[in-house]
Ligand binder design. Structure first.
Ligand code: DGL
Length: 268
C-alpha cells in the first residue's frame, strides 16, 4: 500500500504549482498527476459538472493507479466537490482527501492595514466556501474578492508575462493597487505561475500568498496519521496525464517547471 501513488488533479497545468511543493516535501512518494484539460476552465462550470468531473477523475485514479491518497490541486473543484467526494470515497475506499482552499486565514491574521485582496476564478469567488471563509476568518477585515475570467487560460497557453497576460492582470489588479490591501491571496492554482508579473504590477509592498506549501504539509500529516508514508529511500516517480492534448501539456508544463515533462493522454 505504501508504495502506491498519491493522485493529484486540476483542470490543467495550474495544479503543477501544488505538485512541485508536494514533490519537495515528500521526495520519496510516487505521484500521478492528471490535468482535466478537456474541461478547462473549471471556473466557468456549474457545481453539478464539477462534481461529475471530480468523480470521474477519482474513479480513474482508483481503477488505473490504485492511489492511496487524493489531492485536489484546484480551488474551484475543492469549493464545489470536496464534500461529495468525501461522502463517496472516504469511507468506502478509505481514501484520505486533501483539498485546496483560499489562504484567507493567514492573510487576515497578518494584515496591518486591515484590507486584504483575493483573486480566484469566477466560480470560486462566488462560492459558498468563499463566503464562509470571509465570514469566519476575516472578521472586521475588508476583503476585496475578485473573480478573474480567462486568467487561467493564459497560463494554459504557457503565457506568464505576455502582453495579453499583463493586460488582463492590469485589469483585475487595478482595484487592489488603488486600495489599502497589504496581502493578496492567489486562490487559483494557476496563478502562482504569474507571481512575478503580479508582483511587478501591484508593487513590492503587497505580500502574495498561495496555498501550495500548506497543502503539502497537510498531505504529509494525513499520510502519517493513516500510516501511508512510502518508506523507500529512493526518489519517487511522477506520471503525468491529461484528458486533453498530451503534446501541448508536455510543452507548456516543461516551460512552466523548467524541466522536461512527458505526459500521456488519459481517457476517463
Ligand atoms: N486551477 C484551478 C483553481 O485552482 C481552476 C482553473 C480553471 O480551470 O478555471 O481554481
Amino acid at each position: 500500500m505504501n508504495k502506491k501513488p498519491i493522485g493529484v488533479f486540476d483542470s490543467g497545468v495550474g495544479g503543477l504549482s501544488v505538485l512541485v511543493e508536494l514533490q519537495k516535501l515528500l521526495p520519496n512518494e510516487n505521484f500521478v498527476f492528471l490535468a482535466d484539460q478537456l474541461n478547462v476552465p473549471y471556473g466557468e462550470k456549474s457545481k453539478k459538472e464539477l462534481v461529475k468531473f471530480a468523480f470521474q477523475i477519482t474513479d480513474y485514479f482508483i481503477k488505473n493507479h490504485k492511489i492511496k491518497q487524493l489531492v485536489i490541486a484546484c480551488n474551484t473543484s475543492t469549493c464545489y466537490s470536496i464534500d461529495s467526494l468525501r461522502k463517496k470515497y472516504s469511507k468506502k475506499n478509505f481514501l484520505p482527501i486533501v483539498g485546496t482552499v483560499p489562504a484567507l486565514k493567514p492573510a487576515s491574521q497578518n494584515t496591518k492595514s486591515g484590507t486584504v485582496a483575493v483573486i480566484s476564478t469566477p466560480a470560486t469567488s462566488k462560492s459558498p466556501v468563499m463566503r464562509k471563509f470571509i465570514r469566519d476568518f476575516a472578521k472586521g477585515i475588508k476583503v476585496l474578492n475578485i473573480g478573474c475570467q480567462n486568467l487561467e487560460n493564459v497560463v494554459e497557453e504557457g503565457e506568464i508575462d505576455s502582453p495579453k497576460a499583463i493586460l488582463l492582470l492590469e485589469k483585475y489588479l487595478k482595484q487592489i493597487k488603488n486600495s489599502k490591501a497589504d496581502h493578496l491571496v492567489l486562490a487559483c492554482t494557476h496563478y502562482p505561475f504569474l507571481r512575478k508579473t503580479i508582483q511587478k504590477i501591484v508593487g513590492p509592498h503587497i505580500k502574495l500568498i498561495d496555498s501550495g506549501k500548506a497543502i503539502a504539509r497537510r498531505t504529509k500529516s494525513l499520510l502519517l496519521t493513516h500510516r501511508l508514508k512510502n518508506k523507500q529511500n529512493k526518489k519517487g516517480k511522477t506520471l503525468y496525464f491529461t484528458t486533453g492534448n498530451a503534446g501541448k501539456f508536455s510543452r507548456v508544463a516543461s516551460r512552466l517547471l523548467k524541466n522536461e515533462i512527458k505526459s500521456k493522454k488519459a481517457r476517463l
